[in-house]
Design a protein around this ligand. Structure first.
Ligand code: EPU
Length: 301
C-alpha cells in the first residue's frame, strides 16, 4: 500500500528531492524528500490534517527569508506556501490574503488601492504565513499590528479564526506554536495611492542605504536585545567582515550574515556561534537568534 505521504503526493502538487537552496534567500539547503505546493488553503488544510493523523513529520516553508535550511536536507515533508497567492478586498479597508501572498505583492497591492498601514514592510521579502509566524516587521512594529484575524490550523482541531489578543504575538515572534496560517484578514486605513507610495519609498531608501539588500541573506540574524541593537553590538565587537567559509558578517549591517558564495549551513552555524560568543565575552549580552535554524537530519529538533 502507498504511504500516506505518497498518496497525498498523487493529489496535491509535490516535487521529490527538491533542493531547498532554491527556496531560501540565503541560497542554502539540501533536498526536501517531499516538497508539497498546495495551490489553495483547502488543500493546505487537507495536507496538514492527513500528515498529522498519519504521524508524518512536516515543516512549513514560506518565502524562506528567515531560514537556515540544513545541508543534509529534510527527510520528511516540506509544505511550501508559495502557490497560494490570492488577495481579496474586504470592505473599504480590509484585505483577506492567502498565506503565500508575498510581502512585496501585499505592500504593492495595498499601495495601489490607497490603503495605508503596511509601508514598514517595504523591502521585506517573505510571505504572509511566515510573516505572521515571525511577526515580521521593522524595529518594534510587527505585521500583527495590522491583523484583524488569522484563520489558523492547529493539530487535531478544526480551523478557527483568531484575533491578535487570542494569539498573543510578541517582538519577532508570532507565538503560533504548532499553528499554521490558512488565511488572514489585514485591516488598513483609507489613504491615497500617492501618499502610501511616498511613505513606502522613504522607508525603502533608508533600508537600501543601511542594509545589504542586493546580497543573499536572511535579514537580521538576531533579535535586538531590550533597549539596544544587535547590529550595533556585533559591529562594536569588531565582527564586520568576519568569515567562516562562504558565510560573512555584512560590512554594511552587522546583524546580516550574507552568503558571499558557496556558503554551507555549517558555515553559517559556526559564524553565528562565533558572533554569540564574541558579543557575550565583550559586552555580557546573550544574543537571541531571530534566524530559524532547521536541524541537520538525525540531529532532532
Ligand atoms: N548599527 C551599527 N552597526 C551596524 C548596524 C547598525 O552601529 O552594522 C547601529 C545603527 O547605527 C543604529 C542602530 O544600530 O544606531 C540600529 O540599526 P538600524 O536602524 O539599522 O536598525 P536595527 O535595529 O538593526 C531593525 C530590524 C530590521 C529592520 C530595521 C529597520 C531587528 C532585529 N531588526 O534593525 O529588521 O529592517 O530595524 O526598520 O529588529 C529583520 O528583522 O530581519 C530586519 C532586517
Amino acid at each position: 500500500m502507498a504511504s500516506p505521504v505518497a498518496s497525498l503526493a498523487e493529489r496535491i502538487p509535490c516535487r521529490r528531492r527538491e533542493p531547498l537552496a532554491r527556496w531560501t534567500t540565503l541560497r542554502i539547503g539540501g533536498p526536501a524528500e517531499w516538497f508539497f505546493e498546495p495551490a489553495r488553503p483547502e488543500d493546505l488544510l487537507e495536507l496538514l490534517d492527513r500528515l498529522h493523523e498519519a504521524g508524518e513529520p512536516f515543516r512549513l516553508l514560506g518565502g524562506g527569508a528567515n531560514l537556515l535550511a540544513p545541508d543534509g536536507g529534510v527527510p520528511g515533508a516540506v509544505i511550501h506556501t508559495g502557490a497560494m497567492r490570492r488577495i481579496f478586498r474586504e470592505g473599504a479597508d480590509g484585505l483577506r490574503v492567502w498565506p503565500g501572498v508575498t510581502l512585496p505583492q501585499l505592500v504593492r497591492t495595498a499601495g495601489e488601492l490607497g490603503l495605508s498601514g503596511l509601508e514598514r514592510l517595504v523591502g521585506v521579502p517573505g510571505q504572509v504565513g511566515g510573516a505572521l509566524a515571525m511577526n515580521a516587521g521593522a524595529a518594534d512594529w510587527g505585521i500583527w499590528d495590522r491583523v484583524r484575524e488569522a484563520v489558523l490550523w492547529r493539530p487535531g482541531r478544526p480551523p478557527a479564526a483568531c484575533s491578535r489578543a487570542e494569539v498573543g504575538p510578541g517582538y519577532r515572534d508570532g507565538n503560533l506554536g504548532d499553528g499554521v496560517v490558512l488565511e488572514a484578514l489585514i485591516g488598513l486605513e483609507v489613504s491615497t495611492p500617492a501618499a502610501v507610495k511616498a511613505a513606502a519609498e522613504a522607508i525603502l531608501r533608508r533600508k537600501n542605504a543601511t542594509q545589504p539588500v542586493t546580497l543573499s541573506s536572511a535579514g537580521c540574524a538576531f533579535r535586538n536585545p531590550p533597549g539596544d541593537s544587535a547590529g550595533r553590538l556585533i559591529d562594536a565587537a569588531g565582527l564586520k567582515g568576519a568569515r567562516v567559509g562562504g558565510a560573512v558578517v555584512s560590512e554594511r549591517h552587522a546583524n546580516f550574515v550574507v552568503n558571499a558564495g558557496g556558503a554551507t549551513a555549517a558555515n553559517v552555524r559556526d559564524l553565528l556561534r562565533r558572533i554569540e560568543e564574541t558579543v557575550a565575552e565583550r559586552f555580557g549580552v546573550r544574543l537571541e537568534r531571530e534566524l530559524v535554524v532547521w536541524p541537520e537530519p538525525g540531529e532532532g529538533g
